[in-house]
Design a binder for this molecule. Structure first.
Ligand code: C2E
Ligand code: CA
Ligand code: CA
Length: 764
């Protein structure tokens, strides 16, 4: 049956149940079994609908697991309800024994499975305050439900002094409480994995389920064989079937994997609960009910809960505002001012009334990248935090120390002439002289400091650029050193401000070119793909490696046009290879993208447009990102999801050098990892090599793995033995111009180790 027909059948069941119930309400008609039939048939239909949702492959795994559990629960509940129908029909008196052992056990099991399903749903991340509020909300609703059940069900049952009645209402109470717990848990967990519409419908179904039994006495007065359950059960089944269908269509529209969490939509629930209890309060006072005391007490307690909730919300909000304010102007890692605040402070200093000197000192750590690469980002972060603290201790109260990003710090020295700036620089040099102790390592720090001496009225960006030039000049001296800017520095031409300006022209003037390094199959040397690597044919300095200009491009934002140029050129080249070599063309082309690209909201669209322009199948493009960039929540992860939805593959570059956790790997939308060359080349000793661990990890997660930087036949053999299939490195081929790769493809497209002596390729 199609989804539509299932829904229609389920709706028809509910409709028939309601209509037949009404008919019987007016005048008893037909056999009693007809009244129960929709509850049995509806259960079977719902079970089918739930199984179908659980089998929808487009849904993320936790979602499918959840619906599988609900289907299992449904099977038990269906059996329970059917057995209840049988029990009731078999009794001489319709209100005789309504809860046989089969009914109790299967419904109990069903409820337990639902609880388990909810328990297994992964939680969204929440602040402690939010958690407290959800608990308070749940408590409010639970208390309100308890008061109602007490007034309408338990209390009358107690008065009747009838033990099954008490027993029954106790069970109803427990089920209602569980339903309330379930709603609270939904609120906490659902938005990532369960479609919002499905969620709301399930909550409605649970609500109907817990409220319907309260009307049993009402109908009993009219006709003892009429149970509200006869209508509510098929109705609940129908609502749940619609929920399952909604989840399925949501799964078809969205890319795989979790979606960004949305705002909670249940905050009205506790207020509704309070309103309900207030209504009840008026009712019991009006009717002079005997349990006024209980209801009044509960109403007071409810009010207290809601007030408490508001107070925590208020406290949380003001804390959040303060934090937002702080994090908008401060660096998360070091707590120093960030670039934005630095710019404001510098602007203020330069525009303050009066004429006074303002110095800007730029501090850059010399070997920071090495610390990061060899000891890991955690140690790198500790180092940065320590340096930040020391620098902050060197300046006067009115001065601003800021972190511009990476290992670059800047100080605004207000009202400081060159001599005062000298003193400050001396202090900084001295304090940075002491090595940093981080995570058991003693790390010597070397820093280069560039100082620009300015005055009121100067242009802030000019000052910063001068400090930058001076800093680069200082870097050329050994040890920690500081230099004041002087105009002769800029004309040296080698500074990087200059390089930035030149790079802008280079992109426009086609001075960039790409080399391609084959990615080969380790077993037979067949060319599986190639990685595009950019070079710059500098008019004066010859071919430049990317390390000399990619960092500059990243600082200046030029990386975006540069990246687009690389992508367009590489795509065009692959299209040409495919036209010329057909099946012998490289299977995939790897292109490096920078963190900045992923942050551009239009990036995925641009990639799609380029693919269309060159008529390339998306799965022949692999975009390489470095691990740490992929970590950034928000736009980068969204972009990755969108790229994969296009069919483009994503590779984690330099794998093992950043901090990827298992969960990250598991959750991150990637297809491939590239083992960093430091692990490919590390000496094999007694320990299990990282390369072995990485291939196991890749195999376990179903990721493709490429080993980078293979330089010797030994390394290639070891990697093959470990289970690697693909590799890249000088042992097979250096990065080469496209024509040369064309020749290789024409000659059969294989790079056997005999070819390892391939000449160094490229214009550089
Ligand atoms: P990467 O992505 O890790 O690229 C691999 C680097 O390893 C290349 O350096 C390649 O020439 C080098 N290599 C390949 N085989 C061997 C080997 O056997 N031994 C050794 N020692 N090295 C090997 P290259 O071309 O200098 O690129 C350096 C980095 O610049 C790249 O590292 C990549 O991060 C970046 N890069 C290159 N092209 C681009 C680009 O178009 N866009 C961006 N954003 N970054 C790029
Ligand atoms: Ca790469
Ligand atoms: Ca790499």
């Amino acid at each position: 049956m199609t989804t539509d027909r299932l829904l229609r059948a389920s709706g028809a069941c509910a409709g028939f149940a309601a209509a037949w119930f009404l008919v019987n309400l007016v005048h008893p008609a037909g056999p009693r079994v007809l009244l129960w039939l929709p509850s049995v048939v509806g259960g079977i239909i719902l079970f089918t609908a739930l199984v179908r949702t659980a089998r929808t492959t487009a849904l993320p795994l936790p979602t499918r697991r959840f619906w599988r559990h609900i289907a299992a629960a449904m099977a038990f509940i269906g059996v329970g309800i059917s057995s209840q129908a049988v029990d009731v029909l078999a009794e001489a008196h319709p209100r005789g024994d309504q809860t046989g052992p089969v009914m109790l056990v299967s419904c109990g099991l069903g409820v337990l499975i639902i609880m388990y399903a909810l328990f297994r749903l992964p939680l969204d991340r929440h602040s402690p305050g939010e958690l407290v509020r959800v608990v308070l909300d749940a408590a409010t609703v639970m208390l309100a439900a308890a008061v109602f059940l007490w007034h309408f069900s338990t209390q009358p049952a107690l008065r009747q002094n009838n033990s099954t009645g008490v027993y029954l209402s106790l069970m109803v109470t427990i089920i209602a409480m569980l339903a309330v717990f379930a709603v609270a848990k939904f609120v906490l967990s659902s938005h990532t994995y369960i479609a919002n519409a499905a969620l709301r419908l399930l909550a409605v179904a649970m609500f109907v389920g817990s409220v319907a039994p309260m009307f049993r006495p009402t109908f009993e007065a009219v006709d003892v064989s009429l149970f509200p359950d006869m209508v509510s059960t098929p109705l609940i089944y129908w609502i749940a079937a619609v929920a399952a269908a909604r989840q399925r269509s949501a799964g078809n529209r969205r890319p795989r994997g979790p979606v960004a969490p949305r705002r909670r939509s249940f905050s009205l629930l506790p207020y509704a609960a309070v309103a309900g209890v207030d209504g009840l309060l008026i009712w019991v006072t009006w009717t002079h009910s005997s349990d006024t005391g209980v209801v009044v007490g509960s109403a007071v307690l409810l009010t207290a809960l809601v007030v408490l909730r508001q107070v925590t919300a208020f406290r949380d909000n003001s804390r959040l505002l303060a934090r937002l304010d702080h994090s908008a102007t401060h660096d998360g890692l070091t707590g120093l001012a960030n670039r934005a605040l630095f710019q404001t402070r510098l602007h203020t200093a330069l525009t303050a009334p009066g004429d006074r000197p303002v110095a800007v000192a730029l501090i850059d750590l010399d070997d920071f990248k090495e610390v990061n690469d060899t000891l890991g980002h955690e140690v790198g972060d500790l180092l940065l935090a320590e340096v930040a603290q020391r620098l902050a201790a060197c300046v006067r109260a009115g001065d601003t120390v800021a972190r511009l990003g990476g290992d670059e710090f800047v100080v605004v020295l207000d009202d400081a002439d060159p001599a005062a700036a000298d003193l400050a620089a001396e202090r900084m040099t001295r304090t940075l002289h002491e090595p940093v102790h981080a995570d058991g390592h003693e790390l010597p720090i070397r820093a280069s400091i560039g100082i620009a001496d300015g005055h009121s009225g100067d242009d802030p960006s000019v000052l910063l650029r001068r400090a930058d030039v001076a800093m680069y000049a200082a870097k050329k001296l050994t040890g920690t050193a500081y230099l004041h800017y002087n105009p002769t520095m800029a004309t040296a031409g080698a500074d990087h401000a200059h390089l930035g300006a030149e790079l802008r022209e280079a992109i426009a003037d086609d001075q960039l070119f790409l080399l391609y390094q084959p990615i080969v199959a380790l077993d037979d040397g067949r060319i599986m793909g190639a990685e595009a690597l950019v070079r710059w044919a500098h008019p004066l300095r010859g071919a430049l490696a990317p390390d000399t200009f990619i960092p500059v491009a990243e600082r200046t934002g030029l990386i975006v046009p540069l990246g687009r140029w690389v992508m367009r050129t590489a795509f065009a080249q692959l299209a040409r290879w495919m036209a010329e070599h057909g099946d012998a063309a490289p299977g995939v082309l790897n292109v490096n993208v920078s963190a900045r690209d992923l942050r551009e909201p239009a990036f995925a669209d641009d990639v799609a447009a380029l693919l269309a322009e060159y008529a390339l199948p998306a799965d022949r493009i692999v975009l390489e990102i470095t691990e740490t960039m992929a970590l950034e929540a928000g736009q980068p992860v969204l972009t990755l999801h969108r790229l994969r939805a296009l069919g483009v593959r994503v590779s984690l570059d330099d794998f093992g050098t950043g901090h990827s956790t298992l969960t990250l790997l598991h959750d991150c939308p990637i297809d491939e990892i590239k083992l960093d060359r430091s692990f490919t080349q590390s000496q094999i000793d007694d320990r299990v090599p990282v390369s072995a661990a990485v291939i196991h990890l890749a195999q376990a997660l179903g990721l493709h793995a490429v080993a980078e930087g293979v330089e010797t036949a030994d390394q290639a053999e070891q990697l093959l033995a470990l289970g690697y299939i693909a590799a890249q490195g000088y042992h097979f081929a250096r990065p080469m111009p496209p024509e040369m790769l064309s020749e290789l493809l024409a000659a059969g497209g294989s790079l056997t180790p005999a070819l390892s002596g391939l000449p160094v390729a490229g214009r550089g």
